[in-house]
Design a protein around this ligand. Structure first.
Ligand code: UDP
Ligand code: MG
Length: 139
């Protein structure tokens, strides 16, 4: 059975550009309820741990550097089939391939600076949510 929670981050360039309100509005308008949310900044070390699954990929170093370059907004979101429906809402990794109406199509700058993160599985949604939020920060 598909789980009902996913994890997202609004990435540094979107926060910097003042797009976080519009992005969050789109998430809520698409039926996602905010369970937990905070503005924070990842150290390089914590960004490295968060993206450890990509350690062997050529873009890992730049990704860690970028994701620690400024504040992000982290959130746990709730909806039926949250992981898959949220991946549909954000669109392809590369905004030039993202469908019309998706968050990345509208807000992403590039394949690297692509506005938002979305978990890729129920298991990772849970791990990523735990990475940022204690149980008394979830509502
Ligand atoms: N990324 C990148 N270059 C690539 C692929 C990915 O810079 O060729 C970055 C991008 O920010 C992406 C993140 O690494 O969001 C994680 O990659 P993944 O393949 O998991 O894409 P996502 O799940 O975010 O769509
Ligand atoms: Mg991914």
């Amino acid at each position: 059975m598909a789980g009902n929670r996913t994890f997202t981050m609004i990435k540094p360039e979107a926060v910097e550009n003042g797009a976080s309100g519009a992005i969050l509005a789109k998430m809520e308008a698409s039926g996602f309820r905010i369970v937990a949310m905070k503005k924070t900044r990842l150290s390089e070390e914590r960004a490295g741990v968060f993206y450890e699954v990509h350690k062997e990929r050529p873009f890992y170093g730049e990704l860690v550097e970028y994701m620690s370059s400024g504040p992000i907004i982290a959130a746990i979101l709730e909806k039926d089939k949250a992981v898959i429906d949220f991946r549909t809402l954000i669109g392809s990794t590369d905004p030039s391939e993202a469908a019309e109406g998706t968050i990345r199509k509208e807000f992403a700058e590039s394949k690297a600076k692509n506005a938002v993160h979305g978990s890729d599985s129920d298991e990772n949604a849970s791990i990523e949510g735990e990475f940022f939020f204690a149980s008394d920060e979830r509502f």
